[in-house]
Write a protein of this length. Structure first.
Length: 305
């Protein structure tokens, strides 16, 4: 079976991680990718030569150009004239200064889809600021709900702003390719690290915007569905998700803690959420009696995830 994007050519002007993540998605789907590296891009040289090169730049062909020279820019324009997609993650002012912005390239190729990632959007007071994953995590609110209660803001363990912005942009490119089948015209699609983080806040953002509730740090617990989290056993920890009424009953039957089902502190979901810490203590009293592997077998038999 052929890959879905095999007919399409992508010019990759990206660096760091968010942009290459987008292009990697397209390359994995079969797109023919030509990666353009700036001659003076020492960070890009490190990535290409380091451990991450196969991860970020797999399925790509590469070309090094002097983007500050008229000849380098002319080569990009000639490539864009025959390409389907151009992806870049410069600061918004850079592409205009180089003369490889959407307005310029779309005059050469009206069918071109131009895809951009920035730190804080293509317009607005922060548009020209450089964007970094951890800064976007903090400004977007993700760090405020990550970590143990009272710990203070904590960075997520992966570059989640970079990765999600790249994935969202790849999705935008796919939508633009579909739309081009109807209109015959390309378009400019763009997102930012901050937009990605606000989108990923999702449930917690809705709690504030709709209910006015400020979502706290919950550690390994689910913000509302209890018991869901990490619990101690005799030899380590186990991950359990048994927040629904049926699942809670199955969990108690598997652990031999059926009296908890009739305890007014834990009988219904709101009470379990309010008394989550006391419930955790009760469950771990039972869980420390067996190993994690033994509990996994028992819980699986009961249908408890």
């Amino acid at each position: 079976m052929s890959l879905p994007l095999e007919p399409y050519t992508v010019i990759d002007l990206t660096r760091a991680r968010s942009g290459p993540t987008c292009v990697r998605q397209l390359a994995d789907m079969g797109a023919k990718v030509i990666q353009i590296s700036a001659r003076e891009d020492t960070e890009g040289d490190f990535v290409r030569r380091g451990f991450d090169s196969l991860n970020l730049h797999r399925n790509k062909r590469s070309l090094t150009l002097d983007l500050k020279s008229p000849r380098g820019v002319d080569i990009i324009k000639r490539l864009a004239a025959k390409a389907d997609v151009v992806v870049e993650n410069f600061r918004p002012d850079v592409k205009h200064r180089l003369g490889i912005d959407y307005e310029t390239l779309s005059k050469i190729n009206p069918r071109l889809i131009y895809a951009s990632i920035s730190g804080f959007g293509q317009t607005g007071p922060y548009r020209d600021r450089p964007g970094y994953d951890q800064i976007a995590q903090g400004m977007g609110g993700l760090m405020s709900v990550t970590g143990l209660p009272g710990q203070g803001p904590v960075r997520v363990g992966i570059p989640v702003a970079d990765l999600t912005a790249g994935i969202f942009l790849a999705q935008g490119v796919l939508c633009a390719l579909i739309e081009r089948e109807r209109s015959g015209k390309g378009q400019w699609v763009h997102t930012s690290l901050l937009e990605a983080m606000v989108t990923m806040l999702d449930f917690q953002a809705a709690r504030w915007l709709i209910d006015g509730a400020i979502p706290p740090q919950a550690g390994n617990d689910h913000p509302t569905g209890i018991p869901t989290g990490v619990f101690k056993t005799s030899d380590g920890h186990i991950n359990i998700a048994a927040s629904g009424q049926t699942m809670f009953r199955r969990l108690c039957e598997a652990l031999g803690t059926e009296p908890l089902l009739k305890n007014p502190l834990y009988e219904k979901a709101p009470e379990r959420s309010k008394n989550r810490h006391a419930l955790t203590v009760e469950l771990e009293k039972a869980l420390v009696g067996k190993t994690s592997a033994e509990w996994v077998e028992l819980l699986n038999a009961k249908g408890v995830p």
